[in-house]
Design a protein around this ligand. Structure first.
Ligand code: SF4
Length: 204
């Protein structure tokens, strides 16, 4: 198991606090570097309980997103991302092509947030400095996804990253890259963003 809650309360996940044990092992923080070790240890039968992304001095290490792995969207089964309940699918598909399909596919462009809102885990989990993927990496992934999508089922894109817009330059670069005439494959994209972006007239 992993994620923000498990990172903060890993004793709970491992049943060390007297409760039920929910996992054989936990990955703390971002698991980009620890996941291969976890798989390797599991295959060898030497799984440890806790995996933490630390350097030789025991300090937490945040992975750079500059060398981001290519997600094989050309092979992944996209049906698992369809939010339409199965019982409604058959009825909706009678209406026409594209009905019965509403996929939200997670895609990140960066990690970290400098705002640290008290109700949010992003700054605590990913850090207060922002790490971005390269525009080329994000656009390649977008185009791979679009190549698989039927025109009627994929008119817009939704980014799951919380940090596409805190950096004005990165956001604008990304907008330009995805909307250039040669690469245009979608009619729009949407993203949640801090209100400061609107105050800086980013949308005009
Ligand atoms: S601005 Fe958004 S992502 Fe950043 S800490 Fe606040 S709620 Fe979380």
């Amino acid at each position: 198991m992993g994620g923000p809650h498990v990172t903060e309360e890993f004793d709970e996940a491992l049943g060390r606090n007297g409760g039920e044990r929910h996992a054989d092992a936990v990955a703390l923080g971002e698991a980009d570097e620890t996941w291969p070790k976890i798989v390797e240890d599991a295959a060898r039968g030497t799984l440890k309980e806790v995996y933490a992304p630390v350097d030789d001095f025991g300090q937490e290490r945040k992975p750079s997103l500059k060398e981001y792995p290519a997600i094989p969207w050309d092979k992944i089964n996209l049906k698992q991302f369809n939010l339409i309940p199965k019982m409604a699918m058959r009825t909706l598909r009678r209406i026409g092509d594209g009905w019965g399909t509403f996929r939200i596919i997670p895609m990140e462009s960066g990690r970290g947030c400098p705002y640290g809102c008290e109700f949010c885990t992003v700054t605590g989990f990913f850090g207060d400095s922002i790490r971005f993927r390269t525009n080329e990496s994000v656009v390649s992934e977008l185009l791979l996804l679009k190549a698989r999508a039927k025109a009627k089922a994929a008119r817009s894109l939704s980014f799951s990253s919380t940090t596409i817009l805190p950096s004005t330059s990165s956001a604008l670069n990304l907008c330009c890259a995805t909307s250039s005439p040669r690469k245009r494959r979608c009619t729009g994209w949407r993203k949640s963003a801090p209100i400061s972006c609107a105050m800086r007239n980013l949308w005009t």
